[in-house]
Design a protein around this ligand. Structure first.
Ligand SMILES: [Zn+2]
Length: 234
């Protein structure tokens, strides 16, 4: 019985996993227009709800269609997660809002309009030092209202700066291998110092542009990444 259950579980996963991979592989290439703050998207693809080492921050947001991106961005995001699953198998990742299937105004965000923006929730460890997911509730505005202190702590959670830095490096390197890169990362300037103090800090400083001032919202619970694929004019 145990074995049967396991076989069904594996088969189920295989079918689901293949489905999610093929839906992206078969989708036509996306086309972006304009800029992240005034743009649109054609043939946007939805990111999968979860994989071996990652989940969407909110299934509700996923069902509402708030996690569409340009197909090339999806390729980078998913490939990066795959690489991290091999390198750091015990680390958990969570992505958040990206954009609409056709792009356009994406309230309350000021950008996220042409499929090139992705919000990622910060990777955290719990009290025991184990990789954990941030608690996402309606009360904390699906995680966006969580406030980390200057040391990168919130309740029993601490930002895993090493893993965050590694994630950014892998995203940048993967995008570069496909012929583009990251145009900018938004993350709380005070917390950036902790990021730059990690093993990958020098790489990040030399290869990725970060915001130098506080953005319109404090990016402490999430980091916002804009990719720099060329887009057609609006
Ligand atoms: Zn954002």
């Amino acid at each position: 019985m145990q074995l049967l259950r396991r076989i069904f579980k594996t088969a189920g996963c295989l079918i689901l996993c293949l489905n999610s991979v093929s839906s992206i592989a078969e989708a036509p290439n996306s086309q972006c227009f304009g800029t992240t703050s005034q743009g649109k998207l054609k043939h946007g693809v939805i990111l999968p709800k979860k994989g071996d080492n990652f989940v969407v921050f909110s299934e509700l947001a996923w069902h509402l269609g708030r996690t569409y991106v340009h197909s090339k961005v999806a390729e980078v995001v998913l490939s990066a997660y795959q690489q991290l699953a091999t390198q750091s198998a015990d680390k958990k990742f969570m992505y958040a809002e990206t954009g609409w299937i056709k792009g356009g105004k994406f309230s309350p965000h000021k950008t996220h309009q042409n499929g090139l923006s992705v919000d990622f929730m910060v990777p955290v460890v719990d009290k025991k030092g184990n990789s954990a997911y941030l608690p996402i509730t309606v009360k904390n505005k699906l995680g966006y209202n969580i406030e980390f202190d200057a040391a990168g702590k919130f309740e029993q959670y601490t930002i895993d700066f090493n893993v965050l830095a590694l994630h950014l490096k892998v995203l940048n390197e993967t995008a570069k291998s496909l012929g583009f890169g990251i145009s900018r990362v938004f993350f709380d300037p005070k917390l950036q110092k902790k990021l730059f103090a990690t093993e990958q800090g020098d790489y990040l400083k030399a290869n990725i542009k970060f915001n130098t001032k506080q953005a319109w919202v404090r990016h402490d619970e999430h980091y916002h990444v804009d990719f720099d694929l060329p887009c057609e004019s609006l």
